[in-house]
Design a protein around this ligand. Sequence first.
Ligand code: LMR
Length: 328
Amino acid sequence: MRSVFTALTAIGLMIGAAAAANAEPITIKFSHVVADTTPKGVGALHFKACAEEKLGDKVNVEVYPNSQLFNDDNVLEAMLLGDVQLAAPSLSKFNKYTKKLDIFDLPFLFNDLEAAEKFQKSEAGQALLSSMEDKGIKGLGYLHNGMKQLSANKPLRVPADAAGLKFRIQSSDVLAAQFEALGAVPVKKPFSEVFMLLQTNAIDGAENPWSNIFTQKFFEVQKYITESNHGLLDYLLVTSAEFWNGLPDDIRPVLDDCIAESTKAANDSALSIAMEQRQKIIDSGSSEVLQLTPEEKAQWREAMKPVWAKFQDNIGADLIEAAQAANN
Ligand code: LMR
């Protein structure tokens, strides 16, 4: 009897092993809207390389850059439907799901990328990763792009220069309020349309970090870029909680490691990518980069300041305080 049992167990194990060997790879589609050579693009490709190296044919990671698969207006719905497994929309694009992330859009909140990173790594920053779990969205980590600059076809030196101009913004009410505070007209449009809108003068200006201005060639259709560093454009790397929690136990921790490794690689290179691409824009001569005096910068800060009070209740005064502390 015992030998029959042993034989059956052995057969069972062999069938199990064969089934595992023949198991279909888990496909992970990573959809984003920017170029491969931006920090987010670099991070996405790093994740693919890491996952495929560590897990071999157990996973198949497909990266779709440049809005090839989805744009940021529909990617989160697609993710919740299981049509894509990873996305990294900017922190300005989650307001349908949470108001907490609005904090990252407050103008002049962070002095630089270093302060943003310090806040993101803090307890308060890490808690925000799970702010949408009740909606089925799991935050896996933060990714940098960089500080935003203002661009237009006229020089923007003081806030009054922006009055009456139409600026493309991301789908964020905080950013809308920011431009309204300047007497300008915010126009919410998908990233994939920005070049065409600028080229045809359907809009007058935009706000973007250096790497988006460079890789999308916005500098070719904007005569001036003001180095304002007035806000942050960073991302939340997200997945569907159902998908991630349902991954096999021998796969999920490896993917978690690859997320940590690839976000670090992208974040460590973000500033140097920004500075390199900023220099290429200057060298191109297509667009003039304007520096602000401390007095001019103070005027922009002052003009945009009323936005904070407007969103403070939604975001929470404590959270804003915690973010500001990262500047010290
Ligand atoms: C934008 O829409 O301007 C950005 O969110 C695009 C991006 O992903 O950097």
